[in-house]
Design a protein around this ligand. Structure first.
Ligand code: CMX
Ligand code: CO
Length: 135
């Protein structure tokens, strides 16, 4: 198991335009990309900060994971994502460790990356995403 980088910190918001404008005005940063990821039920804006990103997430529906989170908690930190060299190896390792996974096998996330989530009740109350980026 190896973590290459803190790929992104994800923040759930109700209004993506407002959050992007706030980051632009207050921190002088700009999204590199913005896309709808149907499979995850979100629209996301990726804002580069150094070698990592802030991922602003707007739910596409109230029944999506981010929609349920917003209804319960309001806007705020949603998950952290670590880049891994091989998501298959990472998932095999975590399964062998008996770790509670949300995704048993990788799904497709933004930027065409292969991603998988680990349950927030597993470690330190944090929803963790593993990301394998294409070269
Ligand atoms: N961070 C920390 N804890 C969280 C959490 C989060 N993001 N989301 C839920 N929890 C906690 C809840 O507070 C709850 O705790 P308690 O039982 O103590 O109250 C517990 O986990 C279960 O939560 P829930 O609301 O009953 O369950 P949900 O049906 O909302 O499911 C989860 C939670 C994590 C399984 C679901 O959000 C999920 O499958 N997430 C993975 C997919 C995802 O988040 N996709 C969007 C991002 C896409 C991207 O980054 O590209
Ligand atoms: Co993410």
């Amino acid at each position: 198991m190896k973590l290459l980088n803190l790929d992104h910190v994800a923040i759930a918001v109700a209004d993506l335009d407002e959050a992007v404008a706030g980051y632009r005005r207050q921190y002088g940063v700009e999204p590199l990309s913005r896309e709808v990821v149907e499979e995850q039920g979100v629209e996301e804006a990726m804002i580069p900060v150094g070698g990592s990103f802030v991922q602003l997430l707007r739910p596409l529906s109230d029944e999506s994971p981010v929609g349920r989170f917003l209804a319960k908690n309001g806007p705020g930190l949603h998950h952290v994502a670590y880049a891994v060299p091989s998501i298959d190896d990472a998932l095999a390792h975590l399964k062998a460790e008996g770790v509670r996974l949300i995704d048993q096998s990788p799904r497709t996330g933004g930027r065409g990356a292969r991603i998988a989530f680990v349950h927030p009740k597993e470690l330190a109350g944090t929803l963790i995403e593993l990301v394998e980026l294409h070269e």
